[in-house]
Structure formats: structure tokens, C-alpha cells
Design a protein around this ligand. Structure first.
Ligand code: ATP
Ligand code: SF4
Ligand code: MG
Length: 334
């Protein structure tokens, strides 16, 4: 299907010069219209940095060191988001992309009712709408995310964390986005809530047709609810595959390790082994494959040469992996 967002060679650093921490390294990733793409990886692998970088919401000292982020609007020519002026970027962001970041639910204004905040967003998006029209739209949006309209008059503190997060999604949907980016915190939000939210987004996108980039450390969630999954390690994408394929057979030993960090969803029970060792220090990255010090399968080339991300041969269409166990001939499929 058609791409809605194409990330090419994206690099993001914290700081400049010799002190720079390279948090996102040469990332290629494509999102297609209407798909749910899950991004997983251990804490510190660069997931949030990637999301902030591609939306140009990086807090200092973060800087985009290179690459392209090509957005394909529903009408009109594609634009490289990284080259837009601040004014163009504001228009772009509001018109087409909704971002719900870690802890977003805490960004609701505590002194205003949910209704006021939701109606403001609708009014900004549809300046010509009437007050009764906006009321009806607000009720509809809340219903879409499973909140009854009688909650409209609540203040944020009167709602649970899960409900506040769903209000944030309702606000995001008010913009009729083509792309929803959700970055879920590794710790703060419980998995039951992440599950509800991702399930809801996956269902809504079928009706409303937006694409979702869902970021989490919880791979089991992605296996269940996303179409494709990308795995990040040490700032790079190390594997990318349709969700069912990835679950059936991981090609990268790191992905394999992540899959053995949660109980099997169905079929025979897997041994829960987790991954030995700890994530790499970005200031002192191991040479060659960054995973080699932790990899049970490391061999000859692994500590010497960086394995490129590419298609692992004809047996695995639509997949890409960066590992010397699966040498690749051509550049990665997008
Ligand atoms: P989590 O699952 O914990 O949210 P993540 O995959 O989102 O992790 P990032 O927050 O993107 O990881 O961080 C990637 C790397 O960048 C980490 O090693 C982190 O220490 C580093 N980093 C993040 N912010 C800064 C900063 N302001 N200055 C320097 N380094 C930073
Ligand atoms: Fe392991 Fe080598 Fe593959 Fe890296 S390249 S994941 S060290 S086998
Ligand atoms: Mg993060």
C-alpha cells in the first residue's frame, strides 16, 4: 500500500562534536496508510528520540544530524518535514499528524473541564463549526474512545489515568489525522492500560483510516495488535517484519531474546530466558554489531563489521534484518 511517512537515514544526536551522544543512527522506516507499526526495544534504545526527531519536537540538546522525513499528504506533493519552516511545520503538524507522547495525559489542564478542552481543539480544527455542532462532535469523539458523554463535564483529576489517556486520544482524533504517533512510557503506564489503548487505536484506524506508530517496550502487545514491527537496538533498527512472521520466527538474536522475555501468547510454552547483559553504552558502542557482547550466536565478523539492514533472502518477503547470520545482498525493502 501507499506510504504516508518515509524516514530515510535519520540521525539524532544529543550534544555536538566529540561529546555528542548518537542516540538514533541512520534509521530507515516506512509507515503505510492505515497500518499499525509497532516500535519496540529496551529502555534507552532510542525509540522516543526517533519519535521526537521525526516530529521536530526534540528538546535541547537534541539535534537532527541528518536524513529525511518525507510525509505524503492526502492531497498535494510529498514534503520533507525536516526542511519545513516553523510556521509550515505548525500547520503540518496540526493538519495531519497527532502525537500523544509519554505522560501526555498529564498535560490536560487541571483547571478546565474535559468538555472545554476538547471543544477548544475542535474549534481550532473546524473554525466554521457551530457550537451545537461542536458539542455533538465532542460527544461522538468520546464515544469513539469508549467514554460516555456524561464525563464531558468532569475535571481531569476526576478521571482515571486510563480515561485521561483516552481523552488525549479523542483530542488527537478531533484533528482527523492521517498519522497518530503514540509513545508509551516503559514504566509509568501499566500494561493493561497500554493494551486497551492500542486495541482501541487498532480498531479505530480501520474505521477512520489513519496510520499508527506505537512505541512500547512491550513486544507481546505489538505481536497482538500491530501489522508490522520494527525492533530497535543501540539507536538502529535491527529487524523489521510483519507481526505474525516476527512472532513465528525472529531472525535477529536480539528479537529472539525479546520474544523470550514474555510468556507465549499461544501454542507450546516457551522458556523464559530474557536477554543476558545490559543495553550498550551509547558513548562507548561496541564495534561491529552492537549486540555482539550479549549475543549467544556471535561469530567471526560480528565484532568487526557492522551488519547492514537488508532483506534476508527470498524466503522472507517483506522482512529486513541486520545480522551476519542472514547476509543481505540488496538494500532494505521499504
Ligand atoms: P524508554 O523505553 O526508557 O523510553 P527510549 O528507547 O525511548 O527508552 P530514548 O529516551 O530515546 O530511549 O533515549 C535514547 C538514548 O539517548 C538513551 O541512552 C538516553 O540516555 C539518551 N538521551 C536521552 N535524552 C538525552 C539528553 N537530553 N542528553 C543526553 N542523552 C540523552
Ligand atoms: Fe549476533 Fe553477530 Fe547477528 Fe550481531 S551480527 S546479532 S553478534 S550473530
Ligand atoms: Mg522512550
Amino acid at each position: 500500500s501507499e506510504p504516508v511517512l518515509e524516514i530515510r537515514g535519520l540521525c539524532v544526536d544529543y550534544g555536538l562534536g566529540d561529546d555528542a551522544v548518537h542516540a538514533v543512527r541512520d534509521v530507515d522506516l516506512t509507515l503505510h496508510r492505515g497500518e499499525v507499526l509497532g516500535l519496540a526495544g529496551e529502555s534507552g534504545s532510542g525509540k522516543s528520540t526517533l519519535a521526537y526527531g521525526l516530529t521536530r519536537l526534540l528538546p535541547p540538546p537534541g539535534v537532527v544530524g541528518g536524513g529525511q522525513v518525507v510525509y505524503h499528504p492526502t492531497d498535494g506533493p510529498p514534503v520533507d518535514v525536516l526542511t519545513l519552516s516553523p510556521a509550515q511545520l505548525r500547520a503540518f503538524r496540526w493538519a495531519e499528524t497527532s502525537i500523544v507522547f509519554q505522560g501526555a495525559m498529564n498535560s490536560l489542564n487541571p483547571v478546565h473541564r474535559i468538555s472545554t478542552q476538547l471543544l477548544d481543539v475542535i474549534k481550532a480544527h473546524e473554525p466554521k463549526s457551530t457550537a451545537p455542532g461542536r458539542q455533538a462532535r465532542a460527544r461522538e469523539l468520546l464515544r469513539l474512545v469508549g467514554i460516555s458523554a456524561d464525563r464531558l463535564d468532569s475535571y481531569p483529576h476526576q478521571l482515571s489515568g486510563g480515561m485521561r489517556q483516552r481523552v488525549m486520544i479523542a483530542m488527537a482524533l478531533a484533528l482527523e489525522p492521517q498519522l497518530v504517533i503514540m509513545d508509551e512510557p516503559t514504566t509509568a503506564l501499566d500494561v493493561v492500560m497500554q493494551r486497551q489503548i492500542l486495541g482501541q487505536l487498532a480498531e479505530l484506524r480501520q474505521r477512520l483510516g489513519f496510520a499508527v506508530l506505537f512505541i512500547t517496550h512491550d513486544l507481546s502487545l505489538l505481536v497482538e495488535f500491530s501489522d508490522r514491527i520494527a525492533i530497535m537496538y543501540g539507536g538502529r533498527i535491527v529487524e523489521q517484519a510483519p507481526a505474525a512472521e516476527l512472532y513465528r520466527r525472529a531472525l535477529h538474536p536480539y528479537t529472539e531474546g525479546l520474544l523470550h522475555s514474555f510468556p507465549a501468547l499461544r501454542g507450546p510454552r516457551r522458556e523464559l530466558t530474557g536477554i543476558p547483559g545490559s543495553p550498550p553504552d551509547l558513548r562507548a558502542m561496541p564495534g561491529g554489531c552492537a549486540f555482539h557482547p550479549r549475543c549467544p550466536d556471535a561469530f567471526g565478523p560480528c565484532d568487526k563489521e557492522l551488519p547492514p539492514l537488508g532483506p534476508p533472502g527470498d524466503d522472507h518477503p517483506g522482512r529486513a534484518v541486520a545480522c551476519w547470520l542472514h547476509p543481505t545482498a540488496a538494500p532494505a525493502p521499504h
